[in-house]
Write a protein that binds this ligand. Structure first.
Ligand SMILES: Cc1cc2nc3c(=O)[nH]c(=O)nc-3n(C[C@H](O)[C@H](O)[C@H](O)COP(=O)(O)OP(=O)(O)OC[C@H]3O[C@@H](n4cnc5c(N)ncnc54)[C@H](O)[C@@H]3O)c2cc1C
Ligand code: SF4
Length: 464
């Protein structure tokens, strides 16, 4: 039977309906839809899709089990490589990873690998299937700093090997960016993130929240006084960058991180007591996933929302799906534009933003064409809120309180890619703390590599 070149479409909330609520945009596949989509997979002998997956999930095999309707087996196969499948199925940039390599993409639509992964993970959650705690118990104790995808993956893998693992998390809730950054309408918190965190706890991992390592306790104290044999740093890159333009200190200017944290973690969108300046006309500066999330959040809080980005559509770093959704929902894009000043009223509040038109010049070191200002092309956009989404870097708190821990010029912790080893024996690191802001799957891959590195280190340096 000829394979359909068109993927089974996934159901979504209508754009104008979802623009007014915080419910999940994508509704996912039903069982029949998932099986029909799985049937498009050719089960290639040399599957290119697996080469595109940073954690090498056995994609053809799990899809084969979806075809066979053995969803439990499909879940077990994914779980061998990924501890957060319900998250990855929703937020990974599949179009540039597994799906970007799928052979069917040469002539038509690639297999919807991400939506199938999500289907399997949701099926497992609805049917009470969870990874089992290992029987083997080892005496060594490992401290994991941060409960984002890097920390959760590292902790989960070590617990599966039988180590005693405790996560220390600065915030009051575990999950890292998955809870405080990515909004509810892309990644539901209770049904998906909390469930994935519970699965890691079921493996035996202990999580202590409200502990800021570097302030409440240092890495030296964890190792010398509290008896941890190794430490993994997965503290992310939560320090926002600003442009340094006039007016940036005005009331009504936020970093995207603060705006999203108030809304997601502190549930401002449910009209809790958390103060949030919803704004009636919001300008978001930037073009990444974070900018799309901030803009779509502002829209849902009732604002007319604009995105200002200095390069063209082709260079937008956000996932294609997020840009498409943002446009469908009515967000206005000002491409090839850059802010030069934030305009402030007499009482110190934002009243607008002055921008300048840009054109693309020669490629820079990233290979992307550099934006160049067009002299005399300044204009103003009226706004009462400006959200800066220009990227983030690691907070230097841990590196500045830990002796012998090398960092690079961007304040990222230096760690080996293959095993997470840092310059300090027994201390490993991975995820955004090492690479700077990146992706969930890369953070998970780094957590996995570090778990293997820690295992090797503990076996070589046995104390117990
Ligand atoms: C708004 C937003 C949207 C995004 N969208 C996507 C997307 O669609 N797809 C994608 O793949 N990626 C996306 N990303 C990027 C992705 O979320 C990150 O790359 C990933 O979460 C990094 O994981 P991590 O574990 O290294 O760090 P984080 O997720 O940042 O977790 C670090 C954790 O460490 C804790 N911590 C920090 N310092 C300390 C300390 N001193 N003591 C104790 N705990 C500490 C933090 O509170 C946090 O919980 C997005 C990021 C943001 C901000
Ligand atoms: S490359 Fe595409 S068709 Fe081939 S195994 Fe992977 S998902 Fe299936």
């Amino acid at each position: 039977m000829a394979v359909s070149m068109t993927r089974v479409p996934v159901r979504e909330q209508e754009p104008l309906v979802r623009a007014k609520n915080f419910e999940e945009v994508c509704l996912g596949y039903s069982e029949e839809e998932a099986v029909a989509e799985a049937e498009r997979c050719l089960h290639c002998a040399k599957p290119l899709c697996v080469q595109g997956c940073p954690v090498s999930i056995n994609i053809p095999e799990f899809i084969q089990e979806v075809k066979n309707r053995d969803f439990k087996r499909a879940y077990d196969i994914i779980n061998e490589s990924s501890s957060l499948p319900a998250v990855c199925g929703r937020v990974c940039p599949q179009e540039t990873q597994c799906e970007g390599k799928c052979i069917l993409g040469k002539k038509g639509d690639p297999v919807s690998i991400g939506k199938l992964e999500r289907f399997v993970a949701d099926w497992a959650s609805e049917n009470g299937v969870a990874p089992a705690k290992t029987k083997e118990q080892r005496p060594e104790r490992v401290a994991v700093i941060g409960s984002g995808p890097a920390g959760l993956t590292c902790a989960g893998d070590l617990a599966k090997m039988g180590y005693q693992v405790k996560i220390f998390e600065a915030l009051h809730q575990a999950g890292g960016v998955l809870v405080y950054g990515i909004p509810q309408f892309r990644l539901p918190k209770d049904q998906v993130v909390a469930h994935e965190v519970e699965n890691v706890k079921k493996l035996g991992v202990e999580i202590e929240t409200d502990v800021v390592v570097g302030k409440s306790v240092t890495i030296d104290q964890l190792m010398d006084e509290e008896g941890f044999d190794a430490v993994f740093i997965g503290s992310g890159a939560g320090l926002p960058k600003f442009m340094g333009i006039p007016g940036e200190q005005a009331n009504g200017v936020f970093s995207a991180n603060e705006y999203l944290t108030r809304n997601n973690l502190m549930k401002a969108y449910l009209h809790y007591d958390t103060p949030i300046h919803a704004g009636s006309k919001v300008v978001v500066v930037g073009g990444g996933n974070v900018a799309m999330d901030a803009a779509r959040t502002a829209l849902r809080l009732g604002a007319e929302t604009h995105i200002v980005y200095r390069r063209s559509e082709k260079e937008l770093p956000a996932r294609a799906e997020e840009v498409h959704h943002a446009k469908e929902e009515g967000i206005q894009f000002h491409l090839l534009n850059n802010p030069v000043e934030i305009l402030v009223d007499d009482s110190g509040w934002v009243r607008g933003i002055r921008c300048i038109h840009m054109e693309l010049g020669e490629p820079d070191e990233s290979g992307r064409r550099s934006p160049v200002e067009i002299p005399g092309s300044e204009y103003e956009i009226e706004a009462d809120t400006v959200i800066m989404s220009l990227g983030t870097s690691p907070n230097p708190l841990i590196s500045s309180t830990t002796q012998g821990l090398d960092t690079d010029r961007r304040k990222c912790i230096v760690a080996e890619e293959s095993n997470g080893a840092t310059s300090r024996p027994g201390v490993f690191a991975g995820g955004d703390a090492v690479t700077g802001a990146a992706t969930v799957i890369l953070a998970m891959g780094a957590g996995k590599a570090a778990a293997a590195g820690i295992h090797e280190y503990l076996q070589k340096n046995k104390k117990h």
